[in-house]
Design a binder for this molecule. Sequence first.
Ligand code: CO8
Length: 258
Amino acid sequence: MGFVLYEQKEGYAIVTINRPEALNALNSDVLAELDSVFDQIDTNVVRAVILTGAGEKSFVAGADIGEMSTLTVAEGEAFGKRGNDVFRKIETFPVPVIAAVNGFALGGGNEIAMSCDIRICSENAMFGQPEVGLGITPGFGGTQRLARIINPGKAKELIYTASNIKAPEALAIGLVNAVYPIEELMPAAEKMAAKIARNAPIAVRACKKAINDGLQVDMDQAIVIEEKLFGSCFQTEDQIEGMKAFLEKRKVEGFKNK
Ligand code: CO8
């Protein structure tokens, strides 16, 4: 492994896409390593993941244009599927994934950030879907996720015009939750991950599943998804301890993920 770095911290992990000489562009090798790294994360210990890019210039500058330039129709579809499978793995990963966007998040870079639960970025971040300027559509979920995360009219404008936007506009349209000076980005991401990690892990996972699954169905079905997941928290050691601590007016000893 070399294109993706993994660092285990207390309760959370940092996954870094590490191909700085190509601004962390996603080729097949990077995608394969990302897939494998997420497969190996032990979610019994890791309660949140931060995804970022190596260096201070780029999060991910897109899918690798060199690799894509000679693809046939069938190969293009297969490459799209390879990316989509990895990104869907991140989106449905059992614990929350925070994108710490440290520079360019273009094409596949914006798309992988959108597969994460939460996006925060540095002041030098730039977002966009430049694909139509390259003769293709977004192919790693951009047409679908951008139109769900921000308003569809704005998503269409950004995709049809292939315009890049800077961090303040990304914040204004709700694509990111917060903007930090570059040196404060990782500390902020780690503070958020640590805060998530201190909460009851079974409940946090159930919240992620409830929100993600519920958004795919109508409200009558969505509310049943929540009821089931809500019910599943009861009689866990963490639910018993969490409520006992409240009633005894003391702090939780530390959730056990049980
Ligand atoms: N792919 C391959 N290499 C890249 C990419 C990329 N996406 N982005 C940057 N690089 C490489 C450059 O070629 C350059 O390499 P070298 O030093 O060997 O020439 C190196 O990174 C540094 O880049 P620049 O010299 O261009 O750096 P600048 O600071 O001048 O510019 C930019 C930075 C503006 C980010 C510029 O590099 C750029 O425009 N990059 C391409 C951005 C882009 O268009 N991304 C979208 C790609 S399409 C996509 O992601 C589709 C996803 C879905 C695919 C579905 C497949 C079917």
